[in-house]
Design a protein around this ligand. Structure first.
Ligand SMILES: Cc1cc2nc3c(=O)[nH]c(=O)nc-3n(C[C@H](O)[C@H](O)[C@H](O)COP(=O)(O)OP(=O)(O)OC[C@H]3O[C@@H](n4cnc5c(N)ncnc54)[C@H](O)[C@@H]3O)c2cc1C
Length: 452
């Protein structure tokens, strides 16, 4: 074997949350592992995704809570300052966007880390920066997604933000247009708005957070309206330009001007330029198809956003654990996405799991739904909270197939419904449980009682 060809057990290409976890576990199990990333070990989540965005959300929530003091407890004066938010993201979350600690963890676990762009050149074979690695067990691909920009006239010639610039930014814009009212767009829209930026959200679908239950979209739209965030739904951006520090966005016959423009209108899977064609896969596909053990081919596993099963860190980690078991010849359950949860960290929060009512009807199920207004629950009323719980039942089987919780701690409250769907707990059993008083999760009991 030549100097620039090396024999190893496994190559992990892309070290998002799943790839980093898989490489670490496989190395700890004693395999020789080469772990490759062209950017930062850990991927989007710790540097430009979940963690910094949730630091903004947390800071914005503190401001909103302080502004609620007059409703409950006297007077408050709030003077937002972006400086500590940026400092926390820079110093605590990302160590100034430096991944040395993550690289050290990987190396300490026994993996070999290589920084560079990796390409498959044949089955079980990966080339990085002139070195070819032949992997006897195979290759795990976890290349994730990059921000995508829609083909809007003029957009590419402007210094618009993706999530990366929005989360690295150290000064607050006076005004911001957000193209895209999905989870990333609405979290950042509300975060910036609560610091004093005038925000307009433009969404091509007829409502924001369109994949959620329509009732959830409505609660969030009402909240945004009350907080002074403009939402243009069902609106297509026609043209964008930038001149002298100002963005001009032409949308549905209106012309918006803003100091900054955030494009949060989708993600592009990193599948091109990966050599997928050399292993019989389509580099132009939206996702890499896998079986229940995350196998995408002989000696090839795919995990994370590129599998198209839900672009979340927990999906990536879940799939990594399954691929690791398969590589180590260990038994375990195959991938099962029936009870995949996701949380949009707005205020109110949206926690969802499984199918929406519409998806369940389109799947041909006999659907019953139940819902309740959170404000009518004791805890919701005490907290002056807005929100709801909606459950979707497969009435033929008497089990839940979907649920949506909107309100304080919705991401936590939904977890009991994740259990219910995952374990197919009969609705009758859920109705016979005891729900602590006065909690937000008592609204689940009310929604179950409403099933009809
Ligand atoms: C603003 C924002 C907020 C988010 N908030 C949440 C949240 O609250 N909760 C949640 O669950 N999810 C959230 N997500 C999604 C989450 O970040 C991703 O689902 C998560 O990072 C998992 O992605 P992944 O493992 O597929 O890979 P990624 O994190 O995308 O990492 C892929 C890695 O592969 C590398 N790579 C790509 N191609 C190659 C190549 N050819 N050679 C070498 N390296 C390569 C890249 O450099 C990158 O480091 C958020 C995302 C964004 C953008």
């Amino acid at each position: 074997m030549s100097e620039d060809t090396q024999q190893v057990d496994v190559v992990v290409v892309g070290l998002g949350p799943g790839g980093e976890s898989a490489a670490t576990q496989l190395a700890k199990a004693g395999l020789s592992v080469v772990a490759v990333d062209r950017r930062l070990v850990g991927g989007e989540c710790p540097y430009y995704g979940c963690i910094p965005s949730k630091m903004i959300v947390r800071a914005a929530d503190v401001l909103a809570e302080a502004r609620r003091v007059p409703d409950f407890a006297g007077e408050s004066t709030v003077s937002p300052d972006w400086t500590p938010v940026h400092a926390r993201i820079r110093d605590e979350a990302t160590t100034d966007w430096d991944d040395q600690a993550a690289v050290d963890r990987l190396v300490d676990a026994g993996a070999t880390f290589v920084r560079g762009h990796a390409r498959l050149t044949a089955p079980r074979t990966v080339e990085v920066e002139g070195t070819t690695y032949v992997a006897s067990k195979g290759v795990v691909v976890n290349t994730g997604t990059d921000p995508a920009a829609p083909p809007i006239e003029g957009l590419a010639d402007t210094p618009f933000w993706s999530n990366r610039e929005a989360l690295r930014n150290d000064t607050l814009p006076g005004s911001l247009v957000v193209i895209g009212g999905g989870a990333i767009g609405v979290e950042l829209a509300q975060g910036y708005s609560r610091f004093g930026t005038r925000v307009t959200v433009v969404e091509v679908a007829d409502r924001i957070v369109a994949p959620e239950e329509p009732e959830a979209s409505q609660v969030l739209a009402d909240t945004f309206a009350a907080e002074g965030i403009d939402v243009l739904a069902g609106a297509t951006v026609e043209r964008v330009s930038y001149d002298d520090g100002t963005f001009t966005v032409v949308v549905g016959g209106r012309t918006l001007h803003a100091d900054q423009l955030l494009v949060a209108a989708g993600r592009r899977p990193n599948l091109r330029d990966l050599g997928l064609e050399t292993v019989g896969l389509d580099p132009e596909a939206r996702a890499v198809k896998t079986d229940g053990r995350m196998r995408a081919g002989d000696g090839l596993w795919a995990i994370g956003d590129i599998t198209g099963e839900g672009a979340f860190t927990h999906t990536s980690m879940y799939e990594a654990a399954i691929a690791v078991r398969d590589i180590l010849d260990q038994d375990g359950p195959e991938a099962d996405y029936r009870a995949l949860p996701h949380v949009t960290f707005t205020d109110p929060e949206i926690g969802s799991v499984g199918m929406t009512e519409r998806a369940a009807r389109e799947a041909g199920l006999t659907v019953r739904t139940g819902s309740t207004d959170l404000a009518s629950s004791t805890r919701g009323w005490i907290a002056k909270a807005t929100g709801l719980v909606k459950v979707v039942e497969d009435a033929d089987r008497g089990v839940l197939v979907g649920a949506c919780v909107v309100g304080p701690c919705a991401g936590e409250v939904v977890s009991m419904l994740v259990t219910a769907i995952h374990a197919e707990v009969p609705v009758d059993t859920l109705r016979s449980m005891i729900y602590a008083y006065p909690t937000f999760h008592r609204a689940v009991e009310a929604a179950l009682a409403d099933l009809s």
